[in-house]
Ligand binder design. Structure first.
Ligand code: GLP
Length: 236
């Protein structure tokens, strides 16, 4: 696991977007996408570039259960706003949050993931070390599933909603085994609130208490972290 020190999210976005651009120039890719504030600058840079995704596929990590595509808090809406309306892909996949039949959603998503192996997976990280919505305790061999959000995640994400009560309690998410199948992974983390998770990720044990720690065993992961996120590391 390699890590690169960045000035801020904007700097991380520039570096990650240029890596994506370089690969798309060589071939049509399958790009694993993430939501949250961390990847937004990546999308801003991709929008400004002359990159063409019209022959590439995107697959998002997760979606809230119970939100439809028109809901401004849904990840579908987020992706449309921040990327797809400007840079459409040949096909973009996001779990269908409006379908409450979890078995069906999971089956469909697994078929998609089987059909399109991910070249690059973009990740943020939750304060509790979750990736996608794989909360602490999620088994490393997990595949797409429905998960109850941790209290700390509901609290962290309530800033996007009118109040805590309106944050969905469940999400559909790719599992940790799905994420680990990506050929290359870029994880972006900036700010002090991420420092305990980043310390545990870089210096801690591989444990389901910190789901992201499984990334230590992936052959091609790059972390983009700023001073704040790196502030608890032994070696900065
Ligand atoms: C959500 C998403 C994660 C994301 C995390 C951190 O919980 N499901 O994929 O990494 O938030 O978000 P942010 O980048 O806003 O800190």
């Amino acid at each position: 696991m390699e890590w690169i020190k960045v000035k801020n999210l904007e700097h991380a976005g520039k570096l990650v977007a240029s890596q994506i651009e370089a690969l798309v120039k060589q071939k049509n890719i399958v790009l694993g996408l993430a939501t949250g504030s961390s990847p937004i600058p990546v999308y801003d840079y991709l929008i400004k570039s002359d990159i063409d995704f019209s022959n590439s596929i995107s697959i998002n990590l997760d979606e809230y259960v119970g939100l439809n595509q028109q809901d401004p808090q849904s990840y579908y809406y987020f992706m449309h706003q921040h990327l797809f309306q400007f840079k459409p892909f040949k096909k973009s996949y996001i779990p269908d949050g409006s379908n409450l039949n979890a078995e069906e959603v999971i089956h469909e998503y697994e078929e998609i993931l089987k059909q399109y192996p991910i070249d690059i997976q973009l990740l943020g990280i939750g304060r509790n070390g979750h990736i996608g919505f794989n909360e602490p305790g999620t088994p490393f061999n997990s595949r797409t599933h429905k998960i109850a959000l941790a209290d700390s995640t509901i609290e962290a994400n309530q800033r996007f909603f009118t109040n805590k009560e309106s944050v969905p309690r469940f999400a559909y998410t790719m599992g940790l085994a799905n994420i680990m199948q990506a050929k290359q992974i870029f994880l972006i983390a900036c700010g002090k609130s991420k420092s305990p998770a980043i310390k545990a990720l870089i210096e801690g044990d591989i444990t389901t208490d910190l789901p992201a720690s499984i990334l230590q065993t992936h052959p091609n992961v790059t972390l983009y972290i700023d001073d704040g996120a790196a502030s608890l590391l032994n070696q900065v």
